[in-house]
Design a protein. Sequence first.
Length: 348
Amino acid sequence: MAMATKARARARASTAATSALLLLGLAGSAAAQNADAEVLFNEAVALETEGNIPKACEAFEASNRIEPRAGTLIRLGQCREKQQLFVSAWSAYKDALTRVKDPAKKKLAEERIKALEPTLSYLTVSVPDDVRVDGLVVTRNGKPVDPVLWNRAVPVDGGSYTIVGSAPGQEPWQTTIEVAPTKEKASIEVPRFKAIETLVTPPTGDGGGVTTPPIGDKPDGPPGGGEGGAPSAFTGKRKIALGLAGVGLVAIGGGVVLGLSAKGLEDDAFALCPDPAVPCADAAEAQDLTDRAGTRALFANVAYGVGGAAIVGAAVLWFTGAPAKSDRVAVAPRLGSGFTGVTVRVGF
């Protein structure tokens, strides 16, 4: 009994020691992370004092990414105001309210939000129903605009915005609009797309002469067809292959959009609860963001699979749908300047 009791005591002591080492390791990691955030925060303050506002704002933002704090967000908001990026400033103050505990900081953030809201500029990207073709993607300065935000006034910083609309089989469209820093209600409407036209250049006669149809052909036969003529490269299978390739590209594009969205949700969840080992007041919201990110990542993988299969199928159809080779011989009279004779064409 005494030996068993001693063994259990040694096991408990070993477990306690291991737990203590793990806690020390986590504490050291948190301290290093906080130190990095503090270094960037102090650098941002120094840059702001020197008047280097753009670099100062970047440093405040980097510090907040490492360790989100209400004080850092308030300083970031003040910095963005100096840049006249009032929506970014307003957003930083709003984020600060979700973390602030100091009554003075809370009052400051609330006052700035109240002061900025009436001055914000808005941009509406209108997409009428008759414009919404399959696979339509609308981007703003290179970033996809979620269809939920189409036809909605969204607060934006002042500046230049390039709006691009694209869809499979349609000519892309884009335009650029300037939005004032304050109190502007700007709007852009995506127009109806034009279908891409495929032009086939008919074959020309050689030697500058006039080539008549081969003997025995019907004069009203299709260009390039008939006996001795070159068959069209776009057979029925190849036309299907082009359509299937378009479907594959759309699916892969959708997978990219879903993947980016999933990554954004994961980043938001990490910002709320960066350390899984530390209790987090926003754990429920972070878990919800993580679940949504997982769902979108799953759909992105499905889209990649469908797109890959479609493109492989398109490649098979394209190569197996090559036009049949002609083995006919055609003889045609040829008339030209200072020349009279016949043209013999042999198809292989």
